[in-house]
Each structure stands twice: as structure tokens, then as C-alpha cells.
Design a protein. Structure first.
Length: 87
């Protein structure tokens, strides 16, 4: 596979990641609304540990990168929930 082909494939993957990220953030917003309505904190450390463990268990040599990737997604989800709850 040449460089152009590889970049084209990455562009397609990035399109999918973008769509999935938007969908995930929409669901995170609904979770944030639920938490606010039920007096629950945005931060759920136990749930975060569970997610990180599940997402990194089969990552092999990509484990540290997968962990950072999901930590960032979790961080952004919490920020978004807090922002929406402050409105």
C-alpha cells in the first residue's frame, strides 16, 4: 500500500471516528442530564476504572496509547456534561 492509499484509509477511519465521537457525546449529554436530575455527581471513578480496564485489556503493545485515548474521551465527556449542567 502506498502513502496516498494509507492516507485515504486514515481519512475514512477519521470520518468514522468523528461520527462515533459525536454520537458518544450526545449520549454523554443524556447521562449528564440524568445525573443532574437525580443529584448524582458527574465524576464516577469506579465506572471510569471499569471502562479503562475493559478497553485496554486486549490492546497489547498499544495499551498505553489506548489508555490515553480513552482517558481523554472520558475527560471530554465529563467536561461536556459539566458545561451542559451549568446552563
Amino acid at each position: 500500500m502506498d502513502l496516498k492509499e494509507s492516507r485515504d484509509r486514515i481519512d475514512k477511519i477519521d470520518d468514522q471516528l468523528e461520527a462515533l465521537f459525536k454520537e458518544r457525546m450526545e449520549i454523554a449529554a443524556r447521562i449528564g442530564e440524568y445525573k443532574k436530575a437525580n443529584g448524582l455527581p458527574v465524576q464516577d471513578s469506579a465506572r471510569e476504572k471499569q471502562i479503562l480496564a475493559a478497553r485496554t485489556k486486549d490492546a497489547g503493545n498499544l495499551e498505553p496509547y489506548m489508555r490515553r485515548f480513552f482517558k481523554e474521551i472520558l475527560k471530554l465527556s465529563k467536561e461536556y456534561q459539566r458545561e451542559l449542567n451549568d446552563k
